[in-house]
Design a protein around this ligand. Sequence first.
Ligand code: AMP
Length: 462
Amino acid sequence: MSFDTLGLPEPLLRALATAGYAVPTDVQAAAIPAALAGRDLRVSSRTGSGKTASFMLPALARVLAARAAAAAASPTGRGSRPPRNGSPRVLVLAPTRELAQQVARAAQDYGRHVPHLTVATVVGGVPYGLQQRMLGATPDIVVATPGRLLDHLGARVTRLDAVELLVLDEADRMLDLGFIDDLRTIAAATPAARQTVMFSATFDGHAGHLAAELLRQPERIDVAHHTEAHADIEQRLHWADDRRHQQALLEHILAAREIEQALVFTSTQIDAERVAAHLAEIGHEVEALHGGLPQGRRNRVLQAMRNRRLRVLVATDVAARGLDVPTISHVINLGLPMKAEDYVHRIGRTGRAGRTGLAVTLAERRDFGQLQRIQHFTTQRIPASVVPGLEPQRAEPRPAPAHAAPAARKGRPGPAAHRGGPGRPRGHGQAPGAGHGGPRRGPGPQARTGPGPQARAGDRGR
Ligand code: AMP
């Protein structure tokens, strides 16, 4: 199949040819014709599947149609941008600043032949002034994180009553971040007759309820379930005895020549700073990225990654979604994310755009329970391997045998589940963005804890 058969207007086909896309991905083939026909869509597709183009191309087709209508109505036949009332035509909501910026970049790329296209990115962490000016000029497309958009709506800097297409990208993540009320408020400010397209890894629970609220007789598109193997991503697991062993494994992996660029995930902002500082000390071109950094710095770090001025990026889950750098050849997890689906998003940062990638998890025994939950979620086993010379001294953890005596099962829920399980309070005493003062010493128990509520809030898109 080629893009020509999907019903896209010629200027968009030209942009796709420039981008070098010959064949639509599965989600594009399914979603584009339905979206062009004006249908509401409920799409689950895996990360890296080309979902951005699947909604952005139909969005740009709307802008082109409006340009053509304005030209037909103008006496000269050359009318450019029709006058607007302060409301964009297309609104895309995304959970994180990084994803919003990525989507806005895609809009500019795919819309390079749309006359006078204007795209505003509205995210937190940057001054209001520029965004106010952009919104004041009535852009065609607004890509926003919900919190900041609500601020502008409240200040009457923008309105949404002429939105024709509302896109919720990674809706499950927005709900996880607590944006449910913001999403409802924003949707209520758009016309009821709009077209709505919602992307989510899952439509269970809250995401399903929100879909039922916002979508009208949606077409359901489920192109790849999270259990589907990431054929382009090799997954590997190394057991580490302790943090020093984990560090040694990390250094060994990063020393490999075949690494083009590596993305190392940590659980906390403090750990991201600590690990990045250590890697810099031993000579790596490395930066940390997390929600505790000012937005300008985050942008510069991402740009350095895209320009390949950085070989290693150490990040929290703020980089787990949306980061699209095809030259990331390795993803390394220092420990496991709290949510199983975040593992899928993390490893999806490699093996993109037709390339292959390696995703290595460096787990300690305390991660065992979480590892099992992730394997259950993906229905795939992550094969364990060892680095010669850096073999773990302790035996590989195993689940408690099913036939164990009930008392023993009760007392010992597996080698690590009682320590690393979700019930354990995480992140005590850690302030977001702390740890800038240099590397911490010693693998104290706190050092392994996850992001507390504050640290998570620091990674929100407001
Ligand atoms: P996304 O899932 O939207 O983040 O896209 C993942 C990556 O695939 C991005 O680098 C896109 O530029 C790339 N991509 C999207 N559609 C296509 C296509 N039809 N052919 C080749 N690459 C694509």
